[in-house]
Write a protein that binds this ligand. Structure first.
Ligand code: GUN
Ligand code: ZN
Length: 457
């Protein structure tokens, strides 16, 4: 009898993922093997005996998924604000610029208190993992110490993340702004070096100018240089509302468009994520496509703050990468399934408006395309698709074990349901109770399976 390999985990059953050619490919009767956190093989279950012989694993390494279960890639949240979670579900009665001044800046200012920061950030990371978000791009606050705490919590919990200390010098309260340009740059560099010093870490530092209204031109330019020097990601907000875009043109009279402000200061690259990007001209979309810059589409926030409907179809048609962002607390839900559903509904709304105005055909996004945006699309936006996003061989194993009949499941399953129906029901009606295991880089971070619904033979 072959010796058991504790370093190996093997799954037998249904796999669901996005590929470049299929937004939601369902593969039944498969076997997927993980070694050292990476996907070693994905084969038909007919190869199981052969694979056992080749690799020397036994049934002790195998999870035989039941008919109510399937494996999908971890969800990717391309834009959220960890310090705004205390406001989730609250204070959504003002448009963006007033909302920031009235609720958001005062809330973020509380993170000068590092004890409070640790409490909140621990809850945030646990909540996202519970909801199957295996990778997230986080804004923190302007505070260096609290932002280091967020990075530490992410590192110790094992979530994959990019995280940034927020930069802002103007158009925000005196009590909540960085002290000067030199302090801003020095602390940002210190944060980058601090996070890069973590060993075996899935956490990356990110240069995070809040948005053009709060950052003068010299700050934007210097931050771009820091990102280039350290080869880090950049994240910011772009064209979320019309009043914001008008204001940016006043603040930067030399720029023809909002996008040019970031482009001329050299902030746009393949590792840059811009959130919202609702009110772009075709020329601005072309700039994003040429730079390889990705858009974090945040439908929940865009609806709550009444910012607008982002035309994702047009962005995709023009070659712009698009992923989904929960954008808490502009959006109220930390769950990417909520973003996925609202993404489809916003696209349906655009289609209805077009039809009513007889403004030409518009193909709304399908839930399959939204599934892709929540997984592989998000990985592309974060320039991590070489590592994560689907079940390609050699990628890291970031995955969710879904059970549509898990304890307390909100989903009714009927005897005539086929596997595709089960997947669709999870996407539309499922919640964290259906996410029974969460893996990041092969590590099981969460497991609520019982012998009743997951059996290792
Ligand atoms: N634009 C600048 N800051 C913010 C923020 O915190 N949330 C949202 N939704 N938009 C922003
Ligand atoms: Zn945001």
């Amino acid at each position: 009898k072959l010796k058991s390999r504790p370093d190996m985990e093997v799954f037998v059953g249904t796999l669901v993922h996005a590929t470049d050619s299929d937004p939601m490919l369902i593969m039944q009767d498969m076997v997927l093997g993980v070694i050292n956190g990476k996907i070693e093989f994905v084969e038909s279950v007919e190869e199981l005996q052969q694979l056992k012989a080749e690799y020397g694993f036994t049934d002790a390494n195998i999870l035989y998924m039941g008919s109510s279960q399937f494996l999908m890639p971890g969800l990717v949240d391309t834009h959220t604000h960890a310090p705004q979670f205390p406001n989730n579900g609250l204070a959504l009665d003002l448009p963006l610029l007033e909302w920031l001044q009235t609720y958001t800046f005062p809330t973020e200012a509380n993170f000068s208190d590092t004890v409070f920061a640790r409490e909140v950030y621990s809850k945030v990371v646990d909540r996202l993992l519970r909801n199957g978000t295996t990778t997230a791009a986080y804004f923190a606050t302007i505070h260096l110490d609290a932002t280091k705490i967020l990075a530490e919590v992410l590192h110790s919990r094992g979530q994959r993340a990019i995280v940034g200390k927020v930069n802002m010098l103007r158009n925000c309260p005196e009590y909540y702004r960085e002290a000067s340009l030199s302090v801003s740059l020095r602390e940002t560099e210190e944060f980058i070096r601090y996070v890069k010093g973590f060993e075996n870490s899935l956490v990356l530092p990110c240069v995070t100018p809040r948005f053009a209204p709060t950052c003068p031109e010299d700050q934007l330019g210097e931050l771009a240089q820091l990102a280039i020097k350290f080869d880090c990601h950049v994240q910011t907000h772009l064209c979320e509302t019309q009043p914001e875009a008008t204001w940016v043109k006043e603040l930067f009279p030399w720029a023809k468009t909002y996008t040019e402000v970031y482009d001329f200061t050299r902030l746009l690259g393949a590792k840059t994520i811009v959130a919202h990007a609702i009110w772009l001209s075709p020329q601005e979309m072309t700039i994003l496509a040429e730079r390889g810059t990705g858009v974090a589409h945040c439908p929940s926030s865009n609806l709550s703050l009444r910012s607008g409907h982002c035309n994702v179809r047009e962005l995709l048609n023009r070659g712009v990468k698009v992923g989904l962002g929960s954008d808490c607390s502009g959006g109220y839900s930390p769950c990417m399934l909520d973003s996925l559903r609202k993404c489809v509904h916003v696209s349906n709304t655009i289609a209805m408006e077009r039809a009513a105005q007889q403004a030409g055909d518009y193909t709304p996004l399908s839930h399959k395309e939204a599934f892709k945006m929540a997984t592989l699309g998000g990985a592309k936006v974060l320039s991590m698709d070489d590592k994560i996003g689907n079940f390609e061989i050699d990628k890291e194993f970031d995955a969710l074990l879904i059970d549509v009949q898990a304890k307390g499941s909100p989903i009714d399953v009927f005897s005539q349901d086929n596997v595709e129906m089960k997947v669709d029901r999870f996407l539309y009606n499922g919640d964290d109770r259906n996410i029974v295991r969460v893996y990041v880089a092969g590590k099981r971070l969460l497991d609520s399976t019982t012998s009743a619904n997951a059996t290792a033979a």
